[in-house]
Design a protein around this ligand. Sequence first.
Ligand SMILES: [Zn+2]
Length: 403
Amino acid sequence: MRATTVLNKLLRLPGLWVRGLRFEHEMLIVGIKSRSRKPTCPRCGWRARGRFEIKTRQWRHVAIGGIRTVLEGPIRRLRCQRVVTEQVPWARHGSRFTRSFEGITAYLAQNLPKTKVVQLLGIAWETVGSIAGRMVQEQLSERRFDGLRRIGVDEISYRRHHKHLTVVVNHDTGHVVWVAEGKSSEVLRSFFEELGSERLAQIQVVSLDLSAAYQKAIREAVPGAEMVFDKFHIAQLAQRALDEVRREIQRNLSNDARKPLKKPRWALLKNPDRLTDKETEKLAGIQQHNEPLYRGLPAQREPTRQSGNPHAKHAEWELRSWLQWACRCRLKPFVRLSRTVRKHLDGILRASITGLTNARLEAMNSNIRILNHRARGFHHPQNLIAMVYLCCSRIQVATPRLG
Ligand SMILES: [Zn+2]
């Protein structure tokens, strides 16, 4: 069997002939040519005739036997409504990768951590994002908006936490349905506009953080929907309040007294009955030197525990007694937090009666955390947005067969 015939079988790619092969810089370069005589317009599918401008292009393909494999062949330009590069069956329009390579990339991106994907494929994370973009563009459909009744709005940060995306989740399926750049009320408003009035009328519950911007957009667009503030965001605020108290104390301490305060957060956040001996000792140290911080300790737990309680009445009582403590505790960050909590009290308490279970809210929250992690290393928001859709919406990627 001739080498080119073997390669034809190995590549398993539609619409091309293998013309030859060569090795260059430890790469296998396979010469190919399109089977079709007439080039196809990528926009309308029209097949052109006549003479064409021809250039040579390379497409990265799945490695054969662990050797980087590149297809190289002519690509034609045709004049339809304007001059465009032809559509080839083995690659998406504008891509320098074959469809098989992009399929594997998308599958890995859905299932493996970022560093593994980058290592396995030898391409940059940003490139993985642009591949995700092409897959998502092909598959994202308006049907994801059907049947939206309970949604969650949240933000994720990227570029060292200076930039944000707004993410909308369908609580009933757990899927991300919408993502856009920014976290202003205009951004969320554009989601509601995209939904349209008929679908908007179906929305009953919106969960969100305490962001005033989101609240504004929700009040305007879906005044009938109930707003629910989930405990994870309040826990986050409480943690920040505790950190603030800790830093304040640290500034006024001698070196010796400062020691037990280093990284005490994990110990502070644990359940008291799950602490190891060492951690208990550490906490005792904190208590000894830093009485105000220790006072903040039960405080920072309390508001987070309330919506985890199955008995709404009891939860309400717990939260109210925490509020009483917090507004009088003389720890400024906690006084401020108590004001915020009081302002949103209805929405916080509502979490337990709207049928939005903690499991659903937690699922959303852990998704957001994963996305926050994956967001690192992206410079172009459109690539990050594509990655969010690829990993958390209903985009289906076929499992590649490597054996
Ligand atoms: Zn055309």
